[in-house]
Design a binder for this molecule. Sequence first.
Ligand code: PEP
Ligand code: MG
Length: 572
Amino acid sequence: MRKALTGHGASRGSALGRARVRQPHALDVAEEHIPAEAVESELLRLHAAVDAVRVEMRNLRTQLHGALAHEVGEFLDMHALLLDDPELLQGLDALVRTGHYGADYALRLQRDRLASVFEGMDDAYFRSRIEDIDHVIGRVHAALHKREAELQGVAGEILVADNVAPSELAQLQSQGVVAVVTAAGSTLSHTAILARSLHLPLVVGAAESLQLINDGDVLAVDGANGEIIVEPAAADLRIHRARMRDEKRERKQLHRLRREPSRTLDGTDIRLFANAESRDDVAEAHALGAAGIGLYRTEFLFLQRDALPDEEEQFRAYRDLVLGMTGRTVTIRTLDVGADKADRTGLALTGEANPALGVRGVRLSLAKPGLLDTQLRAILRASGYGPVRILVPMVTMREEMLQVRAALDRVAGELRAEGREIADHVPLGAMIEVPAAAIALPGFIGIVDFISIGTNDLTQYVLAADRGNDALGDLYTPLHPAMLRLLHSIIRTAKMRGKPAAVCGEMAGDALFTPILLALGLEEFSLHPGTLLEVRRAIRAHDLSRLRSQGNRLLRAHDRAGIERWLAHASA
Ligand code: PEP
Ligand code: MG
């Protein structure tokens, strides 16, 4: 029977397919005992399931690339660590071996036991780890039952679940899942950001979906307005087909923008750089006419390995990137790892109580002798092959930039003395993502050549809202008057001093925010290549002088609703 439900549209696109309902991970398994002679085979079954999940996660890891890959990878690494936790594995074995419980019930007992440890903790962060336990145990449980079925045969299906981890999305898409509907979640979560860059339709917050949708129901999902029709009628199918036609037309129109300039209606060219790490990203950035690479996160070279990359290895990676961009500027960011990133090299400090506020980014580079020098040498050597800029993450104070500048000058002198070919001048810039740096910018803009605003971290630190915590729902968003005022002040300071300023956080890649950034005076964006054409289209649809003349009104907005009213008016 036809039913209509609504949630929030989190990633645009329409899909028609059969529902695959995944009930929440809390395992509702009845107590089950097995005879003594079945213990060994039950253990084998359990271990095979754990191994399958391990392989699944490893494969998933290798498929990841792109601007969000390191964040997605962090979830996977955390889950991989949990899966290898002796507490978890030995506990499970003991339950089967001595308790004679079936594997399913052992999983449930073990889940409840670990969850109760976290539940008792005062710290909200640790309490939220229960989600990770549920996720890992849920995967093992799924592998116990439908290992083959789950990995294949889902092409054309729409996943309906309580929530989906960012790490699962790429896998779901590669399996052919055409859309995802979740009962929980927010449109600004990492899952939603990732779905948008994967172009996978996603509806979040469809609270009744798990009750009202059954496995196998046919669903028509509209990821733009959050509408879900269960068992669509003829009229719904007609609407769906018309929408699919419109979307195809839109994709074609976007495709035509590949060779067009990113020029506003009144003739100002806006520079669109790409955030790129993988070869595919670089090739796409090049093909789409990106002005260059605005952010290359070097963490990728350092994570998921046991030894640090030496100068030669780093040099080759940077050089190839520079060659790949054939003369367009490449902005290489020095290392930004901290205890929050999965690091096996022993580089980052471990055991920090609050890694986001800990020794990460430039703090780590300056604290570890040799680390910064090696990286600067490798980058400078790459500058012999094409234009390169160096970007420093997590800058808080002028002194940090002075120290990096001194190291850069020293290392450049050494390389020249060795007879290496390096560029005469390699611009040095600061990421503005710590509020202190944003506020004190007038005091040190004079010692940097350019700035790049990291709105992902800036939003987290200005709003005291963990960027990785989906439970914060709508709180983590740049649509806050404090953020807009700060952005405006940063951009104005840079402009007054004649220094290029870009935004390289996710905000730059969301076309919804384009009119805001233009109104605030931004002329350079750095974004994932997958979103470049949508932002180009938004730029081409706006009159810059009209937007700028409305900038003051935007800055006077008192709240998110006021900003949204401004946006609706600006986009009318
Ligand atoms: C940011 O913080 O906005 C940013 C671009 O850096 P990262 O996402 O790598 O922290
Ligand atoms: Mg950052």
